[in-house]
Design a protein. Structure first.
Length: 157
């Protein structure tokens, strides 16, 4: 893998975003898994494959490693709201943006295809990918979106 060679995406993007990646002639894109539901990565994988772009799904920890090794050239996050102070994006966007800032990698915000609730009340932490991981009587707290300050965002479309 070459330094500054990876385009990293996080969130549920509109079709136009994926069409733009195709126009850039990207051969591979790294996709953050999008826990707890994995919905955004499932959507991205299908959209990328449809455009003959190879998706590689990664965990948050792997994203940190890729930054550490200097492989990430660009981060794209899907947001559901914006204002002059920043964007409201899927959970995980802030840590990616902070890592990108620390490693001098641009972060681009793109309009999300869907809007997420602030919190997940479905008990998604009790099960993962259809398998029970903790007892349903254990209380869980699952934020689905977070604020990313404009100081971390290079461009908002």
């Amino acid at each position: 893998m070459k330094k500054k060679s990876i385009t990293l995406i996080h969130g549920e993007f509109k079709d136009e975003f994926f069409d733009g990646l195709k126009k850039q002639k990207l051969k591979q894109v790294f996709v953050c898994e999008g826990r707890p539901t994995l919905k955004s990565s499932k959507h991205a994988v299908k959209a990328l494959q449809k455009r003959k772009i190879l998706p590689t799904v990664i965990t948050d920890n792997m994203a940190g490693f890729l930054f550490y090794k200097g492989y990430v050239k660009e981060v794209n996050v899907a947001y559901q709201q914006k204002d002059k102070n920043g964007i409201l994006a899927q959970i995980g966007s802030l840590v990616l943006s902070v890592l990108a800032s620390a490693h001098k990698v641009p972060v681009k915000g793109h309009t999300a295809q869907t809007h997420l609730d602030l919190l997940d009340h479905s008990g998604s932490l009790h099960r993962f990918n259809g398998k029970k991981v903790i007892d349903k009587n254990v209380k869980t707290f699952v934020p689905l979106v977070e604020w990313v300050d404009c100081k971390y965002i290079s461009q908002v479309e």
